[in-house]
Design a protein around this ligand. Structure first.
Ligand code: GAR
Length: 207
């Protein structure tokens, strides 16, 4: 049974999709061991508690400097003996020591088709603002492994979503979540939990 930790910062709709997928048997061989947030007010923590899952907060604001937070954060993660760490709308930079230690065991959901509209400064609604400003007609979401860069790790799954004339960034965000994120994130976890993925030279393929 894969021990999964989910890291969240906000509403937690992706977390909810994961919890539902476990309940419905769409994710097998995995249990959500802990949900961790940097934000004490994150509704995602409430979703975890309602589900009987341990919900933990650790915020950079509790520490005098970033280094101290990074150390404590990694120590906290280590406590749970996790096989897989899922960044589900987690908006804190992952410390280098953690990407190193958990290489190949951290995945992230990003709300665009990487390598478009990703990297530093591209998160949440800002991604969809940029998509609309550029006028692309297709966007989507990507699940990828996390490496030392920002949104640069091996791509596991992607799903395209149409941009409609007159979309607001909120409407587009919702469509990308419903049609792509909430599907491919649980699917990727299920693939990993059932040992269906190999990575060779930075390229993911299905076994
Ligand atoms: C999601 O759209 C996720 O893709 C995005 O934050 C949102 C979290 O929503 N993540 C990023 O932008 C990471 N670069 P949620 O809390 O409802 O799951």
């Amino acid at each position: 049974m894969l021990r999964v930790g989910v890291l969240v910062s906000g509403g937690g709709t992706n977390l909810q999709a994961i919890l539902d997928a476990v309940d419905h048997g769409d994710i097998t061989n995995a249990e959500i061991s802990v949900v961790i947030s940097n934000n004490p007010g994150a509704y995602a923590l409430e979703r975890a508690r309602k589900h009987g899952i341990r919900a933990v907060c650790i915020s950079p604001k509790q520490f005098p400097a970033r280094d101290a937070f990074n150390q404590a954060f990694l120590a906290k993660i280590d406590e749970y003996d996790l096989d897989l760490i899922v960044l589900a709308g987690f908006l804190v930079m992952i410390p280098a020591a953690m990407t190193e230690k958990y290489k190949g065991r951290i995945i992230n959901i990003h709300p665009s088709l990487i390598p478009s509209f990703c990297g530093k400064g591209f998160y949440g609604l800002k991604v969809h603002d940029a998509v609309l400003a550029r006028g692309v007609k297709v966007t989507g979401a990507t699940v990828h492994f996390v490496d030392a860069g920002t949104d640069t790790g091996p791509i596991i799954l992607q799903k395209a979503v149409k941009v409609k004339d007159g979309d607001t960034s909120k409407e587009l965000q919702r469509r990308v979540m419903e049609k792509a994120e909430w599907k491919i994130l649980p699917e990727a976890i299920n693939l990993i939990a059932n040992d269906k993925i190999t990575v060779t030279d930075g390229i993911v393929s299905l076994k």
